[in-house]
Design a protein around this ligand. Structure first.
Ligand code: AMP
Length: 306
């Protein structure tokens, strides 16, 4: 069984501007979104990360309410939490990073508690690939390793990222990141280039245009949920990763059909995430709501041949 899931990633205070409003120091970070999304499928989620003394109690209780095991959380009381700020364009698929302050992440040394080391699934959220490798070094034969990354690391730590890629099963990234990493404009060819770097499965997210799942023998295109009201796109990619790993861990099945299902569960959690601000969309869903939306996904692209 894949059941136990270890999540490592950032815990952040995000400042976000969209054409419709702005917010300062909202709860965020890859590990927040991944853990919350995955927690609807398996429990407990084991989180490894770091925050400063300024991290609000509300962030801790959010995770506790989602039954996230915080034994691997380091709190640096005289340090500052990681901060990220971004501005979304009128086309919400486009965002500019305004600033990234690593703060406590600069000296973060992930320590995996003894009882977390046998976790069967690992989800490496978007953090420095050097830290992702350090996490893997401490794990005892995980069966499934999923990794997310972004342009920030592809540009700054390319060599280190390529070392991480050799040791993972699934890489999740968006279309522009896939082009940047593979140096190939065509996404299908790009996925092949990236698979040659290590991961046997590559998932390329395309914002409101869905996601591509690429393996040696399969290209599957999943739609995105057509949303009329996107409140805050932040965390959609991480919620996708959380839903994806959560479903695979719950079902313990890496067949192509089940990978397709996992992509739809990932897209479903991403759609809930963007409906509300910060992590609010992942606060109190029910499994029934998730199942209903998965069924709507099936109807989205089902058609009769004649
Ligand atoms: P997403 O919208 O899924 O790409 O994820 C957004 C989240 O990633 C935000 O909550 C940020 O705090 C976090 N984030 C942004 N840049 C970085 C970075 N360089 N390292 C780690 N986390 C980041």
């Amino acid at each position: 069984m894949f059941v136990s899931v270890l999540v490592v990633g950032s815990l952040a205070l995000d400042s976000i501007e969209t054409p419709f409003g702005s917010a300062k120091d909202a709860l965020g970070g890859s590990a927040m979104y991944i853990s919350a999304a995955a927690s609807y499928f398996v429990s407990p989620i084991r989180l490894v990360g770091v925050v400063g003394g300024d991290f609000p109690k509300a962030g801790i209780s959010f995770l506790e309410n989602r039954d996230v095991d915080l034994d691997g959380l380091q709190v640096i009381s005289d340090g500052k939490t990681f901060r990220w700020s971004g501005r979304y364009h009128y086309d919400l698929n486009i965002r500019d990073t305004l600033s990234t302050e690593l703060n406590v992440f600069e000296k973060f040394d992930p320590k995996i508690p003894e009882n977390f080391r046998k976790s069967r699934s690992v989800c490496l959220g978007n953090i420095d690939p050097v830290l992702q490798l350090r996490v893997l070094d401490q794990m005892e034969n995980p069966r499934l390793v999923i990794c997310d990354t972004m342009n920030y690391w592809i540009e700054r730590k390319n060599k280190e990222l390529k070392e991480t890629l050799k040791r993972i099963n699934v890489l999740i990234l968006n279309d522009s990141e896939a082009r940047l990493l593979s140096r190939e404009p065509n996404l299908i060819k790009g996925a092949r280039v990236i698979r040659a770097m290590g991961p046997s499965v590559v998932i390329i997210k395309k914002g409101e245009h869905g996601a591509l799942l690429c393996t040696e023998t399969l290209v599957f295109s999943a739609p995105a949920y057509p949303m009329e009201n996107i409140f805050d796109p932040t965390g959609a990619g991480d919620a996708f990763a959380g839903g994806f790993v959560g479903w695979l861990a719950r079902t313990d099945d890496m067949s192509e059909e089940n990978l397709k299902r996992a992509v739809v569960y990932g897209s479903t959690l991403a759609s809930f995430c963007v409906e509300k601000f910060s992590v609010d969309g992942l606060r109190d869903l029910t499994y029934l709501q998730i199942q209903d939306r998965v069924r709507e996904f099936r109807e989205l692209s089902r058609f009769e041949e004649d």
